[in-house]
Design a protein around this ligand. Sequence first.
Ligand code: C5P
Length: 408
Amino acid sequence: MTSPTEAPKHVVVGVGGGIAAYKAIEIVRALVEQGIFVSPVLTPAAKNFVGELTFSALGSEAARSELFSDQSTPIPHTYLGQKADAIVVVPTTAHLLARLAMGLADDLLTATILATRSPVILAPAMHTEMWEQPSVQQNVEVLRSRGYIFVGPVDGALAGGDSGMGRLAEPEAIVKMVLAVSKGFSGPLSGRRVVVSAGATKEPLDPVRYLTNRSSGRQGYALAEVAARLGASVVLVTGSDRAVAPDVSRNIEIQKVTTALQMKRALLDSMPSADVVIMAAAVADYTFEAAPEKLKKGDGPPNPQWLETPDILAELVQQKTAGQVVVGFAAETTDVLSNARAKMVKKGVDLLIANDVSDPSIGFDSADNAVTILSPSDEPFYLERSSKDSIALQVLTRVISLLLKEKA
Ligand code: C5P
């Protein structure tokens, strides 16, 4: 296996037509300094903000913006798309998001993105009003579900003296993401089997009613997608019917379950062949002896017997053999870190991902998350609010280093 710290050989830095385009200059320079071959590609609108010459001077080759009159190659989009190990778009404007979501190829940058099989990282930047438009959010959702990796935007100062959500993520964070994604180029999880559980379970009370919880499954789905992108063969055991189905062409087998007991069976079956098990599911703590017929209102408030569900994670840890890595999640509303640490010790997991679900802007059913990664051997590591894909990538990066340690 190639070392996951290996740098990518070729990154296309796409520049969109927004005021944050000037920050792309810094990103090109930083990537070149990391030994990466950088091909700058500007949209026609980007040239209103920054000069092509600046990018030609700082990039590894001349900047391009033309689809049809490139002197060096008659088909620049396939040259770039096929050669790129990753593409990053800084800033990704609302218009670019729309064009990408539609699959348009009306300039060199969008054509290049369609002509690549490599990861594409989008760093959006726009005013809050634009970012919050349902049309823009819908495009973001579509792109996320197709595996595009988002960095930011973040809250902060915007052009024109405004401030709010929509600011470009810090250039260092974008560079970090390009480098982290680059670790996936050679597939640090290739040959590995990763089992992920996601979503809520549903515990039937009678044939029409059930007890469930607010988990959407989106973080677990992001983990499954990103693990597949990093080369793993993935089993996704899911109780979710709300998260957008991952791209199964990427080696993701989906096993749909309803109850905690079904989830337990599916996971215990998959455990022996797994290298990594990630329990991102929100498993119900209680189930019932379901009534065979619909409970009637006239019979008064139902009083079913509450039965504890099995602690699947604890059972998985019991079955764990040398070399396997088991990761748990803890959704907490109070004393997040101390509760999560206690859970890590009690459950005996290798990593525990704690998130504060009392904050509605992260956690359940939101596009973003902010978590703390706890491990028995390292200091807690706080990951600031970012997309569930980027949280997944960070968690998997930790998993990869544990797998490598196990091997050493
Ligand atoms: O104990 P608690 O539910 O807070 O622990 C959360 C972790 O345990 C999560 O990783 C969750 O998937 C897992 N869990 C489980 N079986 C249960 C309850 C939770 O595996 N019955």
